[in-house]
Design a protein around this ligand. Structure first.
Ligand SMILES: Cc1cc2nc3c(=O)[nH]c(=O)nc-3n(C[C@H](O)[C@H](O)[C@H](O)COP(=O)(O)OP(=O)(O)OC[C@H]3O[C@@H](n4cnc5c(N)ncnc54)[C@H](O)[C@@H]3O)c2cc1C
Length: 451
């Protein structure tokens, strides 16, 4: 009798999920008794470090996504949204939609890499009015919003409204916030030449950061360099400043000084703006928070081998997993680099588990960090070396272009970058078509009704 195939199911088509699937394919390339399944909501891998450049109109949208089916070879791919995971029955349930039935997929081994979503820290008004930069749609929306604000401001005679239209606030001084601020300023300055009534000094880009420094994770010297450069570029950075509310027109902020015990009104300030981009934190997706896995601050607790506590054969990696850095006793910062490193260890350990070999502990040493801070400028801390300016910018481009897995996409990105050096940005504001309705996820009974 033919031996029953054992099924490894990977959840999430981001950095962790795709890298893990690729490694599993390598490990099991000659094993016909192993079936690999990858499930993700989108059928592409999104290259997040380049999202701010899409938001600024430098890169075309499709150039920073890689269709998953072109990366995988022997894996079965499901485009679908995970509804829940039953680790006792070893089943993953997918939502149905108007077009598609929900399905239940059995697994023998599972890798969870469902990433994270924006954390608004319970501020529902901010969630309602702010823009985010987490996916392609966000990046396109921001680009259109910025151009729309220029269009509105150009012919606006009310000075208060004009000021508010031309003020863009980015909350969060991490990677995403700083890179978005730099790129946005470049877009605004480039586009301005087509809006003759808008003066350079009318455009304001403000970064709000609750910590005393931007770019946590970088050395103090590099963070200071980035701060000075952004400021020189006209970007205002307000440190130790936390947002308390935003109603779509006005942001209320409070100074976090730490020195005074009592709060007084001088600690508070308001900023008039129509555009706030929120990058101030991430939290694991709801599917994880509602799951039966043990979590802390929403993240799945894993052991030294990245196996989920109480569920042998189930691994969690990337932004949704909680792994403590023993040197700092704090969780590692959620990065693509970490997700990929964990993906490699999880694939190795799955192979070892299936072959009855010894698993290895996850050990991680960051290779460094890099950020682009506007035109031809960057900061990088790599293999213990600090680099800044044009060299860091060139390094960023080299490293990230080499990380794109397909040559056609690499060339498209290179071409976009080259064109951007010689030509102005496109300022057409695109309206999204209403034809494509948002997917409505349904529970099975409703789906059965549809069918
Ligand atoms: C603007 C921006 C810039 C960044 N820049 C950098 C950088 O320069 N360097 C760096 O190292 N990191 C950077 N990051 C962080 C990096 O993108 C993440 O740490 C990394 O993507 C984490 O990988 P992951 O696999 O855990 O999650 P993701 O890459 O987020 O993948 C999760 C996947 O799961 C899918 N998914 C989620 N829920 C469901 C569900 N219920 N059902 C089905 N599928 C689901 C998602 O669609 C996604 O495909 C940046 C992030 C952003 C947003």
């Amino acid at each position: 009798m033919a031996e029953k195939k054992r099924k490894i199911v990977v959840l999430g088509g981001g950095y962790g999920g795709v890298e893990c699937t690729r490694k599993l394919e390598e490990y099991f390339k000659n094993d016909d008794d192993i079936e690999i399944v990858l499930i993700s909501e989108d059928n592409f891998l999104l290259f997040t470090p380049m999202l701010p450049q899409v938001a600024a109109g430098m890169l075309a949208t499709r150039h920073i996504v890689m269709p998953i089916r072109t990366i995988i070879h022997k894996t079965t791919f499901y485009e679908g949204r995970v509804k829940n995971i039953d680790p006792y029955g070893k089943i993953v349930n997918l939502w149905g939609t108007n077009e598609k039935r929900g399905v239940s997929i059995h697994y023998d081994f599972l890798v969870v890499s469902l990433g994270s979503e924006t954390n608004f820290f319970g501020m529902s008004d901010v969630e309602k009015h702010a823009y985010t930069i987490k996916n392609l749609n966000d990046a396109m929306t921001i680009r259109n919003r910025v151009i729309d604000m220029l269009e509105q401001a150009e012919n606006e005679s009310n000075p208060i409204l004009r000021k508010s239209l031309l003020t863009f606030v980015i909350v969060g001084g991490g990677f995403a916030g700083i890179e978005t601020a730099g790129e946005l300023m470049d877009l605004l300055l480039d586009a301005r030449k087509y809006y003759p009534k808008i003066k350079k000094n009318e455009i304001k880009v403000i970064v709000l950061e609750a910590l005393p420094n931007i770019l946590p994770g970088f050395s103090e010297k590099l963070a200071k360099f980035a701060y000075n450069l952004l400021t020189k570029h006209g970007i205002e950075i307000k440190l130790k400043t936390a947002v308390t509310s935003f109603n779509g027109n006005e942001i209320m902020v409070k100074k976090i000084d730490g020195s005074s015990e009592k709060e007084d009104s001088s600690d508070r300030e308001s900023i008039q703006t129509r555009t706030m981009i929120w990058t101030a934190g991430v939290t694991p997706v709801n599917t994880i928070k509602r799951s039966m896995f043990k979590t802390e601050r929403g993240k799945i607790i894993v052991n030294d081998y990245l196996e989920v506590v109480d569920f042998p054969g189930v691994f969690a990696i990337g932004d949704c997993a909680l792994f403590i850095d023993q040197s700092t006793k704090r969780p590692f910062a959620p990065t693509a680099q970490l997700a990929e490193a964990q993906a490699k260890t999880a694939a190795h350990n799955l192979h070892a588990l299936i072959r009855n070999e010894k698993m290895k502990k996850f050990e991680y040493e960051s290779r460094g960090q890099m950020a682009i801070i506007g035109k031809r400028n960057g900061v990088a801390s790599i293999f213990g070396m600090n680099i800044s300016g044009i060299w860091a910018w060139a390094l960023w481009r080299n490293v990230y272009i080499s990380k794109i897995p397909k040559w056609d996409k690499r060339l498209r990105v290179l071409l976009d970058w080259t064109i951007d050096m010689f030509f102005d940005r496109d300022i057409s504001r695109l309206k999204f078509s209403d034809r494509e309705t948002k997917k409505e996820y349904k529970v099975l009974d409703e789906v059965d009704d549809v069918w």
